[in-house]
Design a protein around this ligand. Structure first.
Ligand code: 5AD
Ligand code: SF4
Length: 482
């Protein structure tokens, strides 16, 4: 029999697009789980699958934090679990297709264990058409909750389990900052720390400002407490996370800049500090100074280009020209000579011409990126881009994409050559699955290095001499005792 539905709230892209001038509200979460839920969760197993970006990784760490506090225990096989949660991504259509594939295959879980629950959360379910599709065609999903609703999981789970109905709760409000949600980190060496949520840029191709709401910053004090605790626990690396970290603090009355936050976190003494993502538009002089001044701020910047054509950039709503982007890159390289630059590039934005695309290639060769994430444009329902007419056939986009990948690889290979013969600090993260004496780690510039060494080097920063370079990785040997 089909379960009945309880719809607390459904998503609305229109509401999600609203932005008020109000300052960010900080709410400290204090939801008490019911005793029947605590009783139920004892020895029940859960599995969380994370799709998409690092923001989702942190959200999943919160989901796991909540579940473990309730008494659920982690399980690495969805089919053997009592609760499966898929934390989804909406950035491109292929990300959504993967999720539907997995939801389909989870029917098997229900056949085996009628009591098992399946939950769907994350960016995908912030979209009306997706929720409608799940409601109609995927009855195996018991609980759907949005990116703003994670902290309410104890309430929603209680209802889904004991009412035996399908529960949907998706807020499309601008959003607040919720503090105090427990979090379990899977990685013991590197940690992601959210410094802000949402995005106000509304680039015309992007669904993120709708799925994640208004740009809102966490208080410096909350961020510092979290980072200090990570240092105390022996973490070697922190990455400060936000859709556009350079805009940090603009929504707080303290009027703090990202540069001052970066400096404060650098002073905690964390061995390695990174941040992502930077929008070229908000990059300040003050930031250059902090990156150059502190040795523990890694010389590695992710600076999404998206396109090298001024016309396409304008239609994307990116707020910079290719000349401005080049000037920023020139200055970064002047201030921090060994800096590694990475980027995101989209090909096939509506009506991108051959000439536009050539300008993107030109830019790849000008900036000498160390690596780049490359994408074929995927129209997202509700964004301005999706309403633009597009005459370019898919085969043309595909051919451009292949040329772009080649250009990126060519530049990355050339850049990788500079490492050969030199010694670098490598943070060792683990060993090869096949050979446990082959270790892998990253340089300060985020280049992957494989080398021979003993397992006790994992979690340490080791000097490694580079012997060989490949496009996206290096091979080396320990230069001195780690
Ligand atoms: N189609 C293709 N790529 C996209 N990105 C964002 N939205 C889309 C889209 N609709 C890319 C951008 C962004 C990265 C995270 O994903 O390059 O920087
Ligand atoms: Fe999307 Fe642009 Fe915001 Fe990045 S800055 S999340 S691309 S809208």
């Amino acid at each position: 029999m089909k379960k009945q539905l309880i719809e607390h709230s459904l998503p609305s892209l229109k509401d999600a697009a609203k932005r008020s001038k109000e300052q960010t509200k900080i709410v400290v979460e204090d939801l008490k789980p019911s005793s029947r839920l605590l009783e139920y969760a004892k020895n029940k197993r859960y599995f969380v699958r994370t799709y998409g970006c690092q923001a989702n990784v942190v959200d999943s760490e919160m989901i796991e934090g909540i579940l473990q506090e309730l008494g659920f225990i982690p399980c690495d096989d969805p089919i053997k679990s009592d609760l499966v949660i898929l934390n989804t991504c909406a950035i491109r259509e292929n990300a959504e297709d993967k999720v539907f594939g997995e939801v389909g295959s989870l029917k098997r879980l229900k056949d085996q264990n009628k009591e098992a629950l399946i939950g769907l959360c994350g960016c995908m379910v912030q979209q009306t058409h997706i929720v409608e599709k799940v409601k109609q065609s995927y009855p195996q999903v018991d609980l759907i909750f949005g990116t703003h609703n994670i902290y309410r999981l104890p309430i929603l789970l209680d209802e889904a389990i004991f009412s035996e109905r399908r529960i949907i709760e998706i807020y499309s409000k601008e959003g607040e900052v919720i503090e105090g949600v427990p979090l379990v980190r899977e990685d013991k060496i590197k940690a992601f720390v959210n410094i802000m949520y949402g995005c106000d840029k509304f680039c015309t191709y992007c669904i993120v400002p709708y799925t994640r709401g208004k740009q809102r910053s966490r208080r410096v004090s909350d961020i510092l407490v979290e980072c200090q605790e990570l240092v105390r626990q022996g973490y070697q690396e922190i990455t400060l996370l936000g859709q556009n970290v350079n805009a940090y603090g603009k929504d707080l009355d303290e009027n703090l800049s990202f540069a001052s936050l970066l400096e404060a976190v650098a002073k905690t003494g964390i061995p390695r500090l990174r941040f992502t993502t930077s929008h070229p538009w908000d990059f300040t002089r003050e930031m250059f100074d902090v990156i150059a001044k502190y040795d523990n701020v890694m010389p590695c910047i992710h600076l999404p280009l998206q396109s090298g054509s001024d016309d396409v950039l304008r239609r994307m709503g990116r707020r910079y020209t290719s000349a401005e982007y080049k000037a920023l890159v020139d200055e970064l390289k002047k201030m921090i000579p060994d800096i590694a630059l990475t980027t995101d590039i989209i090909v096939g934005f509506p009506n991108e011409t051959d000439d536009d695309f050539e300008k993107t290639l030109e830019m790849v060769h000008y900036c000498h990126y160390d690596s780049a994430f490359t994408f074929i444009y995927s129209p997202r329902i509700g964004t301005p881009g999706a309403k633009m007419k597009d005459e370019t056939p898919f085969e043309v986009k595909k051919a451009r994409f292949e040329r772009l990948v080649k250009a990126v690889e060519e530049e990355a290979s050339k850049r990788a050559l500079r490492y050969v013969g030199n010694v670098y600090d490598v943070l060792v993260e683990g060993s090869s699955k096949k050979k446990d004496d082959i270790l892998s780690g990253y340089t300060e510039t985020l280049k992957l290095v494989n080398f021979k060494g003993s397992q006790d080097l994992i979690g340490k920063i080791v000097k490694v001499k580079i012997l060989e370079s490949h496009t996206f990785s290096l091979i080396g040997e320990v230069a001195e005792n780690g």
